[in-house]
Design a protein around this ligand. Structure first.
Ligand code: C2E
Ligand code: MG
Ligand code: MG
Length: 401
């Protein structure tokens, strides 16, 4: 794994002045002395170089793999350098003071983008100068932090699959009598340093980088393997399993073939597999969506529309899509008892599902009052913390009683 480092761009604040007034011999001595002091501030593996004139570059390597910690370490060393260089220099019988301005740019791994790094550090150095000199600045620290964090996560995400850091948790879905009907499979990433990373954090990145295609396939395989296990036990045979499918994954030209292959390999019953799509996924290309949904339905798979009501819920496309279920988004469920608007929206969604002969389920059900309201108004399938949080499979199974 690439180890983070930092590039420090350093410029003496009044070298030109000293050089011009005291002559080049003194100027050269000053540079030599600065180089000595710099070397005294860094560790063995770090490098110090003079770029030219009174500009120096220091490369710090093997900082902490946590971006915030790495930034802290780089800042500490930069401060040490700044203070060290602010002490008077005795050059022969001449004594002078020369402070420094330091810009820092963080990097990961090898110095492949050296030019860009230097540019960033240079920009930061100028910010240090304009902040009054004798100071240290990061290249746009928040932005750089965000960039770094993303880059780190991306590298880690690449390893997550082969390092087997993913697991599925299962959240129970129940009927009006709280009888288990099935579960939704929810992806968990057990990061070696950061612990559990929530899908809200890494799914968007996985989407952007295209990694979601491989990850989604892993999810499908893991879910179908679990279904197969459940199907071999009388106690769990009837459970249906819902799997989230993201847009990029669904848009793969061979998505239907992939699903079919996974079903065949696993031996899971397609009738117990439910795919959750979102409105935005579906709307990207309605014709393609319909074609794929039809093909998959021929295999026996069913479909649920996730987060319903948060996107463009056009009745026109709803009518066309071969859906089985609508999942009322948790944002409407949350205030269903206290906010008349949310109550009205949920009632309208339920009425619509009745008219279209679709099944309806509510997600994010946390209180008995929400559960009761939904049940009284015609929604008889539920998922939410009231029944259980998403759990590892053993714990999920022990819920079944
Ligand atoms: P989602 O599919 O809408 O899943 C429901 C989310 O609500 C889950 O968050 C679940 O833990 C959470 N939740 C369940 N019950 C309650 C409740 O009573 N109250 C509240 N406040 N929240 C509840 P989670 O597991 O963090 O997943 C977030 C999203 O990440 C999912 O939203 C889904 O869009 C995505 N995701 C999760 N697993 C996968 C996956 O395997 N593939 C893809 N493409 N996306 C996934
Ligand atoms: Mg879902
Ligand atoms: Mg949802």
């Amino acid at each position: 794994m690439p180890v983070p480092g930092a590039l420090l761009f350093l410029d003496l604040d009044n070298f030109k002045n000293i050089n011009d007034t005291q002559g080049h011999v003194i100027g050269d001595q000053l540079l030599v002395e600065v180089a000595h002091r710099l070397q005294g501030c860094v560790r063995e593996g770090d490098s110090v170089a003079r770029l030219g004139g009174d500009e120096f570059v220091v490369v710090l390597e093997e900082l902490s793999s946590l971006a915030t910690e790495a930034a802290g370490q780089a800042e500490l060393i930069a401060e040490k350098i700044r203070i060290e260089l602010s002490y008077p220099f005795v050059l022969g019988d001449f004594e002078c003071k020369s402070t420094s301005s330091i810009g820092i740019s963080l990097f990961r791994g090898h110095l492949e983008n050296l030019k860009e790094l230097l540019m960033h550090a240079d920009v930061a150095m100028y910010q240090a100068k304009s902040a009054g000199r004798n100071s240290v600045r990061f290249f746009d620290p928040t932005m750089q932090m965000a960039l770094e964090a993303r880059a780190v996560m991306e590298t880690d995400l690449h390893h997550a699959l082969k390092e087997q850091q993913f697991q599925l948790h299962y959240q129970i879905q129940v009927d009006s009598l709280r009888r288990p009907q099935g579960a939704e499979a929810l992806l968990r990433w057990k990061h070696p340093q950061r612990g559990m990373v929530s899908p809200g954090e890494f799914i968007p990145l996985a989407e952007e980088t295209g990694l979601i295609v491989q990850i989604g396939l892993w999810v499908l395989r893991a879910a179908c393997a679990q279904l197969k296990v459940w199907q071999q036990n009388a106690h769990t045979r009837e459970l249906r399993l819902a799997v989230n499918v993201s847009a990029k994954q669904f848009r793969q030209p061979d998505f239907v073939d992939q699903v079919q292959a996974v079903l065949q390999e696993s031996g899971a019953m397609p009738s117990h597999l439910k795919l959750e799509l979102t409105e935005s996924t579906v709307l990207e290309d309605v014709q393609d969506t319909i074609a794929k949904m039809r093909a998959l339905k021929l295999l026996g798979i069913s479909f649920s529309m996730d987060d319903f009501g948060t996107g463009y819920s056009s009745l026109q496309y709803l009518k066309q899509l071969p859906l089985d279920q609508i999942k009322i988004d948790q944002s409407f469920v949350r205030d269903i008892v206290s906010d008349p608007n949310d109550a009205a929206i949920v009632q309208a969604i339920i009425a619509m599902t009745e008219a279209l002969a679709l099944n309806v389920i509510a997600e994010g059900v946390e209180t008995a009052a929400q559960y009761q309201f939904l049940d009284e108004h015609g929604c008889h399938n539920f998922q939410g913390y009231l029944f259980s949080k998403p759990l590892p499979v053993e714990q999920f199974e022990s819920l079944l009683g």
